[in-house]
Design a protein around this ligand. Structure first.
Ligand SMILES: *[C@@H]1O[C@H](CO)[C@@H](O)[C@H](O)[C@H]1NC(C)=O
Length: 252
């Protein structure tokens, strides 16, 4: 009897861990912390907390590379929350580190970590990029001698992912689109799991750099035949090709 209950408990904990994926729950800039959009808490609070991260429906993945949900997360069937701007904007000096803390992230979800930015042409709290090509990549990490960015490297850093705002980036409002891709089912398409998160910032400084070419759209940046979208992590010992454009170096 006890054994049966214990194994039932083990089984349900296992199922729970399989279902629990993740999202960014904290953004740290300097010594300031901004709580992320908390999908299992924020919608039920009155008044609803104001965040710098655009709404997400939960901790689950996007798997359709053609979906608008690829941009900032969402749930197209129920209206895409990720396309709604957030009310707040965090100030960040060009050249500073931004630290993003992920919730529980399963060991099975090996994959790369990627970060893009897009400059808002007008008030970011009202701006929706739609399918315009406005995004440039500022950081990427895949499979290295330290392991996979989304698991080994994230765990080694207590679930904190760090990237740098390009030091010479022109001041203004930007959406940071940070994403982990989980490759545990990427033997075919669909299979890869995308976990994007959109953070609203105002970059300060005296830089003048801005990429003028090579901008991509979301959806659009990835197709089912882009390198790194279909990749067998269990059998493929070749280098992992990180999807999307090259990292923009013009702001360094
Ligand atoms: C391994 O991955 C590389 C890069 O995506 C690809 O070019 C190659 O065909 C893959 N090899 C196998 C055996 O799947």
């Amino acid at each position: 009897m006890f054994t049966a209950i214990a194994s039932l408990l083990t089984l349900s904990l296992y199922l729970l861990s399989v279902n629990a994926h993740g999202y960014v729950q904290d953004v740290q800039i300097g010594s300031t912390h901004y709580t992320g959009y908390l999908p299992y808490q924020d919608p039920y609070m009155n008044p609803q907390p104001q965040r710098i991260i655009r709404k997400i429906p939960g901790n689950g993945p996007i798997t359709d590379v053609k979906s608008i949900d690829m941009q900032c997360n969402g749930n197209t069937a129920g209206g895409s929350p990720g396309t709604s701007p957030a009310p707040l904007v965090a100030k960040v000096a060009a050249g500073s580190d931004v630290k993003l803390t992920w919730t529980t992230w399963p060991e099975s979800h090996k994959g790369p970590a990627l970060t893009y930015m897009a400059r808002a042409p007008s008030d970011i709290t009202k701006w929706n990029p739609g399918t315009s090509a406005v995004w440039f990549k500022v950081a990427e990490a895949g499979k290295t001698s330290a392991g996979w960015a989304a698991t080994d490297v994230l765990y080694a850093n207590n679930h904190v992912y760090t990237f740098k705002i390009p030091p010479k980036l022109k001041p203004g409002q930007y959406i940071i689109r940070h994403e982990l891709i989980a490759l545990h089912e990427s033997f075919g398409y669909p299979g890869s799991q995308f976990y994007p998160s959109c953070i609203q910032v105002e970059v300060t400084g005296s830089g003048t750099a801005l990429p003028t070419s090579g901008l991509v759209s979301f959806p659009g940046a990835y197709t089912q035949s882009s390198p790194g979208i279909v990749y067998n992590i269990y059998t493929n010992t070749s280098a992992y090709p990180i999807p999307g454009p090259a990292v923009w170096k013009g702001g360094n």
